[in-house]
Structures are given as structure tokens and as C-alpha cells.
Write a protein that binds this ligand. Structure first.
Ligand SMILES: Cc1cc2nc3c(=O)[nH]c(=O)nc-3n(C[C@H](O)[C@H](O)[C@H](O)COP(=O)(O)OP(=O)(O)OC[C@H]3O[C@@H](n4cnc5c(N)ncnc54)[C@H](O)[C@@H]3O)c2cc1C
Length: 407
């Protein structure tokens, strides 16, 4: 490992070799980013391509993800699969308080939520607060690009290789064996909540509107998928979520009606509800030797605010910049892992703390927390500057809070 770092300290730039372990959404994008930066990349995963495509999930994408996808020339091709949302309604159901966010709160031209099917709306970056994309079309695009990239060698559905490389990128998800093998500490704080994700037909919402509903049992995200289709991410006590998961569709829709606010009504389930445990996880180190951790191998947060995958992709954005500098001979290969680790700490820590604070503040009925919410939401509703700061923090990450809105 040390030999490999030394070998490249003189910037033998054209021969840089990376191996990415894990071809989930983070690893697949990291492999494309490294190839774009001029590296030769092996991407390996024990799952086959069809297994990698098979997950039934949808991700909310923020502007930090949009910027990275644009830099990697993926955005235009992904556009038909994106459902933009032009408004985000924060609704505290306990207090009966609502705060609407629009692109104007990002310093952009705002459009009113539309009544047209979202599939007819463009995914242009101009007036969207965010976008929702389903796992399968996203991974289809990433795998198609990887297959067509001469710098990438795909090893899917096969055991990993042990031959030495210049940089090893562990993108193996939360249960990473590479991270364990490196002996890095790992903290896990399970929430008492689980999250149940399901696709439904919904009445009562504009087709390009997203909702973050705060209920005492946990946050509840309603994300548009185009037309009257929505992805729900419903958080609540783990046992209750498991029981809900096993209900028949009629009984499930009945319980769902009790959880949604007046005016929103689910008419049909479009897939089977699936519950997954929520936890806050953090690796004690972000690199060791020539290995760097990315995505859920390094951190995991509660899905509130839709931060998870966007935070993973901000790891990729930093890795992309550093890998490009190394390939150009402007950063020594031996310094890349530590430089990456230093740059990722603030964003990762602040995002984990912010999502944890949101869960603790909103998932209860205690009067001190209710008072803080009452004051906070009141101020958010009245002060455009505060709305702007919070939305920018959510969409670009906390470290961009003070950065100039440059577009
Ligand atoms: C059941 C469930 C439902 C979810 N639903 C949503 C949702 O609706 N919306 C949302 O935003 N987020 C959701 N999430 C979270 C979201 O899936 C993660 O944020 C995202 O998958 C993280 O991507 P990743 O690439 O870092 O890790 P993963 O997606 O976990 O990918 C890791 C990859 O590494 C591979 N791997 C493992 N070990 C090795 C090894 N030793 N060598 C090589 N490869 C290896 C695995 O096969 C896998 O393909 C959900 C999570 C779960 C568990």
C-alpha cells in the first residue's frame, strides 16, 4: 500500500488506478467521477447488474447533487426521469403551522405549483426546489455510462480483486467489510423510529409539490413522482411500522388516511410498503492508507429532509475534485486520502447533527420542544432571509451556508 503511494508521488499521472468497492448509487457515481478525472477505474460489486437495478426506492435530489451531475454530464440525460418539485411545504401537524418554501427562497425565479402532470414539466434547474428520481432509471443511466466508458472496468456479480491499486474507494454501504478490515471505529445510534417507504396515487397535492409533514411519531415526506404518483417516506415507532408493512392494502390505506393531513388522500398503493430501520452512523475515520470511505460506508443519517444520498454524493464531489488535481499533478497521490478526509468532516458532522436535531425537536409533544417549534416556524414564516438560509443549507449542505449563490 505504502509502495503504491510512493510510486506515484512523482505524479505518474496517466497511470493512476482506482478500485471502487460497491456499485450502489454512491460507488457507481464515484467510479464515473474518477474516470472523468482521468483515472483507470475498476468497479466491483457482488451483485449483478439486474440485482443492482432491482431496488424499489426513490431519492430526493438537491441542488448539490444537480451540480455534480451537471459536472459529470449526466444531468441532461437523467432529466426525463426527474420529477421536479417547485414548492416544499413544511407542515407541523401537532401545532397546525405551515411554512411554504419555493425557488424564490433559493434566490431564484419561483413558479407556482402546477396542476399539470409533473412528467410534462421540464427538470430545468431554474425554478425547482429539488427533484425526485426513482432508483431504477437512475442506476440504469449510471450503469449504461459505466459500460460505455473506456476507462472503467466493471466486475459485477463476482468476488472482489485484491491486486494493489493507487486508490481504494470503499462504497459498500453501512455494513462495509473494507471499513471493518481497516480497524476504523464506527459509531451507530439507532433511532426508535423505522421508515416505511411506499409509492401511492394521491389526491389533494399539486403534481410538483413536496411535503415534509412533522408528526409527533416522526417525520413524513411526501415526494412527487409525476402526475398523481407520490413516494411516501413515513417514519414512526419501529414496531408500528413493521405492523403497517404487513397489512393488506385496504387496511394500510385506512391507516394512511389517519396519518395524512386533511386535504391529502391516498387512493391506491402502487407497490408494497417496505420498512427500514433509521440510524445515525459515523465512521471514526474517513481514510486509512490509500483507502477512502464514501457514502453510507462513512455516514448514515435519518431520512428527514432527504439528506442521505445527497450527502453521499457530496463525498463524491470532493473526491472528484481531488482526483482531478492528482491526475493533473497538482496534488500528490499520497496526500489525497488525508485531504479528502479533512474536507469531508465539517459537512458530514453538521448534516448528521442537523438531521438528528430535527428528529428530536419535531418527534415529540413536550412543551419545551413545542415552544421552540412555535417560535422557529413563526420566524421562518415571517422572515424570508431565514427561509433562504435554511433552504440553502438543506440544498447545498451546511458548509455552503456562507458561500455566494453563484448561478
Ligand atoms: C430498505 C431501504 C430503503 C430505503 N429507501 C430510501 C428512500 O426511499 N429514499 C432515500 O432517499 N433513501 C432510501 N434509503 C437510503 C438509501 O438507499 C441510501 O442512502 C443509499 O442507498 C446509499 O447509497 P450507497 O451507494 O452509499 O450504499 P448502498 O446503496 O448500500 O450500496 C452499497 C453497495 O455495495 C455493495 N457491497 C457491499 N459489500 C461489498 C464488498 N465487500 N465489495 C464490493 N461491493 C460491496 C452492495 O452490494 C451494494 O450494491 C433506503 C435504505 C434502505 C436500506
Amino acid at each position: 500500500m505504502g509502495d503504491s503511494l510512493d510510486r506515484h508521488s512523482d505524479h505518474l499521472t496517466s497511470e493512476l488506478q482506482a478500485r471502487v468497492r460497491g456499485a450502489g448509487p454512491t460507488g457507481a457515481l464515484a467510479a464515473l467521477a474518477l474516470a472523468e478525472a482521468g483515472w483507470q477505474v475498476e468497479l466491483e460489486d457482488p451483485l449483478t447488474a439486474s440485482q443492482l437495478l432491482a431496488r424499489n426506492r426513490a431519492y430526493a435530489l438537491t441542488h448539490s447533487s444537480r451540480r455534480l451531475l451537471e459536472r459529470l454530464q449526466l444531468w441532461e440525460e437523467l432529466a426525463p426521469a426527474l420529477a421536479p418539485f417547485r414548492a416544499l411545504e413544511l407542515h407541523d401537524l401537532e401545532l397546525g403551522l405551515q411554512v411554504p418554501f419555493t425557488a424564490r427562497d433559493l434566490g431564484r425565479r419561483a413558479a407556482s405549483p402546477s396542476t399539470a402532470p409533473a412528467s410534462t414539466c421540464s427538470a430545468s434547474s431554474g425554478d425547482a426546489v429539488g427533484w425526485v428520481v426513482r432508483h431504477t432509471p437512475l442506476m440504469e443511466l449510471l450503469l449504461r455510462r459505466l459500460e460505455g466508458d473506456g476507462r472503467v472496468q466493471l466486475a459485477l456479480g463476482s468476488p472482489g480483486s485484491q491486486t494493489p491499486v493507487d486508490l481504494l474507494v470503499a462504497a459498500e454501504g453501512a455494513a462495509s467489510s473494507t471499513r471493518q478490515g481497516l480497524g476504523l471505529a464506527h459509531w451507530r445510534l439507532p433511532y426508535s423510529q423505522s421508515c416505511l417507504s411506499v409509492r401511492v396515487r394521491l389526491r389533494g397535492s399539486a403534481s410538483d409539490q413536496a411535503w415534509e409533514l412533522f408528526r409527533a411519531e416522526g417525520p413524513f415526506a411526501v415526494l412527487p413522482l409525476g402526475g398523481d404518483r407520490f413516494q411516501l417516506v413515513w417514519s414512526g415507532p419501529a414496531q408500528r411500522m413493521r405492523r403497517l408493512e404487513s397489512l393488506d392494502p385496504v387496511a394500510f390505506l385506512d391507516r394512511l388516511a389517519g396519518a395524512l393531513p386533511d386535504g391529502l388522500q391516498a387512493d391506491a398503493l402502487l407497490d408494497a410498503p417496505r420498512a427500514f430501520p433509521a440510524a445515525l452512523e459515523l465512521s471514526g475515520g474517513f481514510h486509512r492508507g490509500n483507502t477512502v470511505l464514501v457514502g453510507e460506508t462513512m455516514h448514515r443519517c435519518h431520512p428527514v429532509g432527504g439528506q442521505g444520498l445527497n450527502l453521499c454524493w457530496r463525498d463524491v464531489a470532493v473526491l472528484h475534485k481531488l482526483a482531478a488535481r492528482t491526475a493533473r499533478g497538482r496534488l500528490r497521490l499520497s496526500r489525497l486520502p488525508a485531504a479528502y478526509g479533512r474536507r469531508r468532516w465539517p459537512d458530514v458532522l453538521l448534516t448528521l447533527l442537523a438531521t438528528d436535531a430535527l428528529v428530536r425537536l419535531f418527534s415529540n409533544r413536550q412543551w419545551p420542544q413545542r415552544s421552540v417549534r412555535q417560535i422557529g416556524l413563526g420566524l421562518l414564516g415571517r422572515l424570508p432571509l431565514l427561509r433562504r438560509l435554511s433552504l440553502r443549507t438543506m440544498t447545498l449542505g451546511p458548509c455552503q451556508l456562507l458561500a455566494r449563490w453563484s448561478e
